[in-house]
Design a protein around this ligand. Structure first.
Ligand SMILES: Cc1ncc(COP(=O)(O)O)c(C=O)c1O
Length: 385
């Protein structure tokens, strides 16, 4: 089987499991985060982000991290601006609305598929009238790195968005479910996580689960946003997101952050995504164009054309998609829909049959033979055509 469904399908890394065993061997320790391992997470985060002006909280999944973080930034009377395809808007079953007690999620319509654009944000904010009681004024700009379509903000883009947000009194939240993949791809231009703080990010939900942990996400508040920490902690308790044995979440975080395992594993996943792109290109122009398979240029790419992270979006005839998904052993991947863009023909001649876009996600555990198998099946399809 070749599994490109999601990086959440991947197992936890052995180092994380060993860290859990070591945490267990400590015997009795204090609960609710008042333990040595949780303190160590703080020390590591200070090193990673190059600042001691931070506070953090550990949860087990990305939806809880986003919803809890945003609830501490935004009141029920206010709004959170986001990309129309943002995970918080499309895929979290109103968790943010639930945790905030009814804050509004406002999608910034008109943004390109890959990112929130400064122009659209400016245009939106220019129309905001905070004295107009009928309208929910924005309090937070939420961005995703990687974005839902697999792309990454450059430093310049993030700086500009943060500056606009700050001029308008908004916090900037990053949904960092795949922040490690974003940072670990040199083409994206980030040389350290500290640059996120320099750019003006107020709150980051730092995902480690997709990267290789069993279930560990860290909400990190920076600088002035630290003042929200007591509120966040109280909300965590009320929401049932205060694990009594926090040491086990902390053990995962320490295992991932120390010695940069999180970045190494993300880089490995990114390499497999790059290999997948290279394989689909070198499958032979003959085969690729005959069967109508190509890398989707609208999604998941860095400025230089390499995958911006660990997600690859392939466009192909629906019949080929069905063939790949139904072959034995199975190849697992999801169809991908992002408005009309995914279905707009690119460079290939019209094959006279419906095309669709599909998402292939690599993880630290993706193997070269899974990529190879996918290519063999494409070749098999060509022979059948
Ligand atoms: C960008 C992004 N944010 C948040 C999440 C939520 O994570 P979880 O499934 O752990 O709740 C996901 C999950 O796929 C995601 O892709």
């Amino acid at each position: 089987m070749a599994d490109f469904l999601s990086d959440t399908s991947a197992p936890a890394h052995a180092h994380v499991l060993r860290a859990l065993e070591s945490a267990n061997a400590l015997g009795n320790v204090r609960s609710y985060g008042d333990d040595a391992l949780t303190h160590e997470v703080g020390v590591l985060l200070e090193r990673v982000f190059g600042t001691s002006s931070l506070k953090f909280w550990l949860v087990a999944c990305g939806t809880a991290a986003n919803a809890l973080a945003l609830s501490s930034l935004c009141s029920p009377l206010e709004a959170i601006l986001c990309h129309p395809q943002a995970h918080i808007y499309c895929d979290e079953r109103n968790a943010v609305e639930f945790y905030t007690g009814g804050a509004r999620l406002t999608p910034l319509h008109g943004c390109p598929p890959e990112a929130v654009s400064a122009e659209v944000l400016r245009r939106h904010l220019a129309l905001v009238d905070r004295t107009f009681v009928h309208e929910a004024p924005p309090r937070v700009l939420s961005l995703s790195m990687l974005g839902e379509n697999g792309t990454c903000y450059t430093k310049a883009q993030l700086r500009e968005l943060c500056a606009i947000a700050s001029q308008n009194g908004l916090f900037v939240h990053i949904d960092g479910a795949r922040i490690a993949n974003a940072l670990a791809q040199p083409e994206n231009g980030w040389s350290s996580a500290a640059e996120l703080v320099d750019a003006g990010v107020d709150v980051l939900t730092l995902g480690l689960t997709k990267t290789g942990a069993m279930g560990c996400e860290i909400i990190v508040l920076f600088n002035e946003a630290c003042s929200r920490f007591p509120d966040l902690r109280a909300r965590a308790k009320r929401a049932g997101l205060m694990p009594p044995k926090m040491r086990y979440l902390a053990a995962q975080a320490v295992a991932m952050l120390e010695n940069d395992l999180w970045l190494d594993l993300a880089a490995q996943a990114n390499r497999m995504a790059a290999d997948l792109v290279a394989a689909t290109v070198t499958i032979g122009p003959e085969t690729s164009s005959r069967v109508g398979l190509e890398v989707d240029l609208a999604f998941g790419r860095s400025a230089t054309g390499l995958p911006a992270g660990n997600e690859v979006f392939l466009r192909m005839p629906v019949r080929l998609g069905d063939f790949l998904r139904n072959c034995i052993p199975r190849i697992l991947f999801y169809p991908w829909q992002a408005g009309d863009i995914a279905l707009t023909p690119q460079s290939k001649p019209d094959l006279g049959e419906p095309l669709a876009c599909y998402r292939f996600v690599c993880s630290w555990s993706t193997r070269a033979d899974e990529v190879q198998y996918l290519c063999e099946k494409v070749e098999e399809w060509r022979k059948l055509c």
